[in-house]
Design a protein around this ligand. Structure first.
Ligand SMILES: Cc1ncc(COP(=O)(O)O)c(C=O)c1O
Length: 406
């Protein structure tokens, strides 16, 4: 029965955890649970206990676990043609780029695999555009990013956002960081060498940080005025998560480049992309970018079906309505442990007083709810957008119970 279980691990789970620790690199703090099945909003562990997935694989599972329509397409395409070299054409790739460009109301698509790869390609496009179109001197291009941003974990991405420090230095040059939400700081940082401003509409890993009203409009206007590409990283906020197809749709905005990933494949496969205007995207020529698996027919067919599901199941509307309900109920919780509840659609953060966030996470797992922290004691709720009001109420009940245990 959901909620009644303890996370006490059975011997089978323990054996999996031990093997993982023995043979895996030590690159994640994992929660003590072993999952073997997912369906919709539910997960089951090796001992058969049921959980509500409020993590949604960091927003990759907007359509829920193992969506049957997408699963059918995956099975069929895997048996027809899973992969073939990018040296040739496939109908699945043509469908993918056409559907994704139209979904985003932009012109052209560059496919990659993981999110950070798409982010890196956006950086390359911006630099190539800077040298080829804007006329910036070679090797002088600067890209402005935001303090607290997260764009992934390659060397360039960590150079841009947190600097490589003693462990991974030297940092890659060419990035300047300004406070998130501060229009003046951004404007003052723009120089003749600035080629792009890359920003998350809502910072996800940074702690579900929502910028001040009007910020994105103002910075996009400054970009236009100063001939700087306006680049949105919607890897986490995209594909209906915040109650609109993309978070930037809440404002009247038009990015030059849009970086997408995670939910693009319905959570089944790694596929990501840079989507952009013809002018920016045309800076890339054959040989400048590519990847063996990027745009493979299997991932493309799956992504096209996932885009259809997002629209046909009206998941943006669901996220908007249920998100408003959920956030208002969470804000109404009377607990001295909570500092703030913030969010948009079904991208929600509960900021706890020091230390209590992790304790809350662990107790929620015991109560049959999977959730996890972002930075700084903020617990994120980003469930599949197919979640029902009854499931939200069940999570609210468990939240109240856990908070009362203090
Ligand atoms: C905003 C944002 N950009 C980029 C990434 C990196 O994506 P990936 O982990 O698929 O490389 C993430 C991952 O959480 C993200 O939230």
């Amino acid at each position: 029965m959901p909620g009644s279980s303890q996370t006490r691990l059975g011997p089978k789970s323990q054996a999996v955890i031990e093997r993982t620790h023995k043979y895996s690199a030590n690159h994640y703090h994992r929660l003590p649970v072993v999952f073997v099945r997912g369906e919709g909003v539910r997960l089951w562990d090796l001992e058969g206990r049921e959980y509500i997935d409020m993590l949604g694989t960091y927003s990759a599972l907007n359509v829920g676990h193992c969506h049957p329509r997408i699963l059918n397409v995956l099975r069929e395409q895997a048996g027809l043609l899973a992969n073939v070299s990018n040296a040739v054409y496939t109908p699945q790739y043509a469908d993918f780029v056409e559907n994704l460009a139209k979904f985003c109301f932009l012109d052209k698509v560059l496919p990659k695999n993981g999110g950070v790869e798409a982010w890196e390609s956006a950086v390359k496009i911006a630099r190539a555009w800077g040298y080829g179109v804007k006329g910036v001197d070679r090797n002088k291009a600067e890209i402005i990013v935001c303090d607290g941003a997260f764009h992934g974990r390659t060397l360039a991405a960590i150079s841009a956002t947190q600097k490589c420090g003693d462990k991974f230095g030297p940092s890659a040059p060419g990035f300047v960081s300004v406070p998130f939400g501060d229009t003046d700081a951004f404007e003052n940082a723009v120089t003749k060498n600035t080629v792009a401003f890359v920003v998350e509409p809502i910072q996800g890993e940074g702690g579900i940080n929502i910028p001040p009203e009007g910020y994105l409009n103002k910075v996009s206007y400054i970009c236009l005025d100063r001939n700087v590409l306006f680049v949105l990283d919607e890897i986490q906020t995209g594909f209906c998560r915040t109650g609109n197809k993309f978070a930037f749709w809440h404002q009247c905005l038009s990015p030059d480049l849009l970086i997408v990933g995670k939910a693009l494949s319905g959570g089944f496969l790694p596929i990501s992309a840079v989507v952009g205007t013809k002018e920016a995207m045309d800076a890339i020529k054959p040989g400048d970018d590519g990847s063996t698996f990027g745009g493979n027919p299997l991932a493309c067919a799956v992504a096209v079906e996932a885009l259809k599901v997002l629209e046909e199941e009206r998941l943006a509307d669901r996220a908007l309505l249920l998100g408003e309900y959920f956030i208002s109920q969470l804000k109404g919780l009377d607990s001295s442990l909570i500092k703030e509840v913030r969010g948009r659609g079904l991208m929600i953060g509960i900021e706890f007083q020091r230390e209590h966030g992790l304790e809350f996470r662990d107790k929620m797992l015991e109560a049959g709810v999977l959730c996890k922290e972002t930075r700084d004691n903020v617990i994120r709720f980003a469930p599949p957008l197919t979640i029902t009001k009854e499931e939200i109420d069940s999570v609210l009940n468990r939240t109240e119970t856990v908070l009362r245990q203090r």
